[in-house]
Design a protein around this ligand. Structure first.
Ligand code: SF4
Ligand code: SF4
Length: 286
């Protein structure tokens, strides 16, 4: 299969950019455990394809991170990559083709940067003008050796440091992201939050995720809108208490199962909503 044919297949799947590299080149970005997992899924892994799918739908008010408002990107990106897997399977019927989005042992961002997709942001994100960092990444792991386009490593962003300065949790450092202080992680955390975590979530405007290091980035000043209908239509911009009232885990899944904020169930969302409520009046005071 030629690079031109793959170009056409990725464009038809809605990818704004794609690249590919030998699996062996990702070894230094992976733990031994992740390597073993990848080899368990695909014995003799040979090639990794990686693609970026834009999701920006405009500047809309809400209390959910922009990435979580459209249809669940795991399902959407995997479905779109599957169309490429079908084409590859027709051409090389004996091959294994594993599409994934944010749920495989492969280091997607490092794969993208090694293929020269976009820029390497200090905020740890792939920045792909004109879509900014509002892109989902997906990969296809295969045991087939494919013709790949030429590539050079992604350059760094301009390094203005605005993301580091604006991060409310102080999670961004020159070396990367400290996930234990990142609100994107903390708003998704199950169970009890520590006092420090509670204070961070309480003052943050979103109940799911955190867009701050993206919003301050100059590459995201005027991002192009996503051409993909799953991320542009039928958006859930915000959740209020009434939206979750009376829902069991099952009925919550029935209602919101096609959304990326649903995977933890309703409990973290309810907890985060409660944290934003004004404190109840203290008994005995007027
Ligand atoms: S998502 Fe929010 S908390 Fe996490 S690194 Fe970015 S600005 Fe900091
Ligand atoms: S805010 Fe500045 S330093 Fe951070 S990712 Fe964007 S361009 Fe790079």
């Amino acid at each position: 299969m030629t690079v031109t044919m793959l170009n056409e297949a990725f464009a038809a799947a809605g990818a704004a950019a794609w690249g590919g590299l030998p699996f062996s080149e990702l070894a230094e970005d992976m733990t031994a455990e992740d390597m073993a997992k990848a080899e368990q899924l695909c014995p003799n892994p040979c090639t990794v394809l990686v693609a970026a799918f834009p999701y920006y739908a405009g500047d809309r008010p809400g209390n959910l991170s922009l990435y979580a408002r459209g249809r669940d990107y795991h399902q959407v990106v995997t479905g779109r990559l599957n169309t490429i897997c079908y084409i590859l399977k027709e051409k090389y019927p004996n091959g294994i083709y594993l599409p994934a989005a944010d749920n495989s042992p492969l280091p997607e961002r490092q794969a993208a940067w090694r293929c020269g997709i976009g820029l390497r942001g200090k905020n740890g994100l792939v920045i792909l003008p004109p879509y900014g960092s509002y892109v989902f990444l997906g990969t296809i792991l295969t045991d087939v050796e494919l013709d790949l386009p030429p590539r050079t490593t992604s350059p760094d962003c301009v390094g203005c440091g605005k993301c580091l300065a604006a991060c409310p949790g102080g999670a961004l450092e020159e070396g990367g992201v400290d996930l234990s202080r990142c609100l994107s992680e903390l708003t998704q955390k199950k169970g009890e939050l520590t006092g420090e975590e509670t204070a961070l979530v309480k003052t943050h405007p979103l109940i799911w995720g955190c867009d701050i290091c993206q919003q301050v980035c100059p590459y995201n000043a005027h991002p192009a809108l996503s051409p993909l209908p799953e991320f542009r239509e039928g958006l859930v911009d915000a959740l209020e208490g009434a939206d979750l009232e009376g829902l069991t885990n099952r009925t919550f899944r029935d209602k919101y199962g096609d959304r990326a904020f649903a995977w933890r169930g309703p409990a973290p969302l309810r907890r985060n909503l409660e944290l934003k409520m004004p404190s109840a009046p203290v008994e005995g005071l007027p």
